[in-house]
Design a protein around this ligand. Structure first.
Ligand code: C5P
Length: 399
């Protein structure tokens, strides 16, 4: 399951908007991820970007003319429609959206979409007034009611130079949306998975906090992996430098106490809690309401009080609980003790002294310990792959 795009037939419809320069990047990222990308272009799109740009990236023919005897559609006008795993129109102009809403089929994209059984994603890109126009809004609503997935547009700087609603989303969100649509019917469909991420921030005063080196990468990767298996995912996170994963319900918190109250709420009715956050064990007994002055003294003490152990506290009927044990010594013994004391189904033990795993890296080397006493030492994997290894086991417990 680690790569939901591998060997998938993705049909990328490119229409005549200046945003089609961004679709070149999308085609590139899809291809790098192992997808087989068939690019279809309208005559308007060809005025902006050459078909050769796309075919050089995808290593597959681009179809820009339905009637050309050399084009696949010229030979079999439904061939691309039938092999598609998903179709995404990015950018989608108001004109193409209107044609789709009315069932026209006069270019490679509209012809293919009319004939496909695959899910269709539409990423609009147009001037704000064109998007807000009642005709466009009615067309969007009609397509949504037929199951088309609309992604964006966002508010931002438009080609006209004005700021407004009509900007096409960027590649990471489009990729996230494609993965989410491909995950329909995955082994975690219908399941609610709650994930925590980041290092909590415990205020000393309005300026200073006690925190740790967690970057949130592990929790974000678990959340994305769960989304890519069809789960409904809530990610409870402290501030990080990471982009919100598309299709994941992201809830921002700062302190351990805030994280605890949000998690208690999120876990009611959830199937699993995967606690990747580095929660501070202690917090200042009292956060000053003004910036503390340096003063003359050479030393300074802060009284700390213990934070609640969130993972131990949260219990729910049928809730599968997964923890992480970041250790610098006696890794497995400490992890097993935590598995038992916190009532977990699984714990991922990682040695934070190794340079390729732990805080801030994109990879992790963990040993998974379960209730049955099994210990599985995983090789060096990306954090996303580690997420899938954990979810393989969560899915088994839930089944
Ligand atoms: O006890 P320790 O902090 O090593 O346990 C790590 C695991 O417990 C992690 O999954 C962490 O998210 C969770 N934890 C918690 N509440 C705390 C401290 C840790 O839920 N106060």
């Amino acid at each position: 399951m680690p790569n939901p795009l591998e060997k998938k037939h993705i049909v990328l419809g490119v229409t005549g908007s200046i945003a089609c320069y961004k679709s070149v990047d999308l085609a590139s990222k899809l291809t790098q991820n192992g997808a087989l990308v068939d690019v279809l272009m309208t005559p308007g799109a060809v005025k902006f970007v050459s078909p050769l740009t796309f075919s050089s990236i995808t290593h597959r023919p681009v179809i820009a003319d339905i009637f050309s005897p050399e084009s696949e559609l010229g030979i079999n006008h439904v061939a691309v429609a039938e092999r598609a795993s998903v179709v995404i129109v990015a950018p989608a102009t108001a004109n193409t959206i209107a044609k789709l809403a009315h069932g026209l089929a006069d270019d490679p994209i509209t012809t293919t979409i009319l004939a496909t059984q695959a899910p269709v994603i539409v990423a609009p890109a147009m001037d704000a007034h064109m998007y807000e126009n009642a005709a466009t809004q009615e067309n969007v609503a009609a397509l949504q009611s037929r199951g088309y997935v609309f992604v964006g547009p966002a508010t931002g700087r438009l080609a006209s130079g004005l700021i407004g609603l009509g900007r096409m989303l960027e590649t990471p969100d489009l990729l996230g949306c494609i993965k989410m649509v491909l995950s329909r019917g995955g082994d975690l469909s219908g399941r609610k998975i709650v994930v925590s991420a980041g290092g909590t921030q415990e205020p000393i005063d309005p300026v200073r906090v006690l925190t740790n080196h967690s970057t949130g990468k592990m929790g974000y990767a678990v959340a994305e992996a769960a989304r890519d298996r069809g789960a409904e995912v809530s990610l409870v996170t402290t501030p990080t430098a990471l982009e919100d994963p598309f299709g994941v319900n992201v809830i921002n918190v700062r302190t351990a106490l805030e994280m605890r109250s949000v998690l208690l709420h999120q876990c009611s009715g959830a199937d699993a809690l995967i606690m990747a956050a580095a929660v501070a064990d202690w917090r200042p007994a009292k956060a000053a309401d003004h910036k503390l002055k340096k003063g003359e003294a050479e030393t300074w003490s802060i009284e700390l009080v213990k934070n609640p152990d969130i993972l131990s506290e949260i219990v729910g009927e049928g809730l599968v609980k997964v923890g992480f044990a970041a250790e610098s010594e006696d890794l497995l013994a400490n992890a097993r003790a935590k598995l038992l004391s916190k009532g977990l189904h699984l714990i991922a033990a990682n040695d934070i002294t190794a340079p390729d795993s732990g805080f801030g890296t994109d990879t992790n080397r963990v040993t998974l310990l379960d209730r049955e006493g099994r210990a599985t030492e995983l090789p060096l994997l990306t954090k996303y792959e580690v997420g899938h290894e954990i979810l393989d086991r969560v899915a088994k417990v839930l089944a």
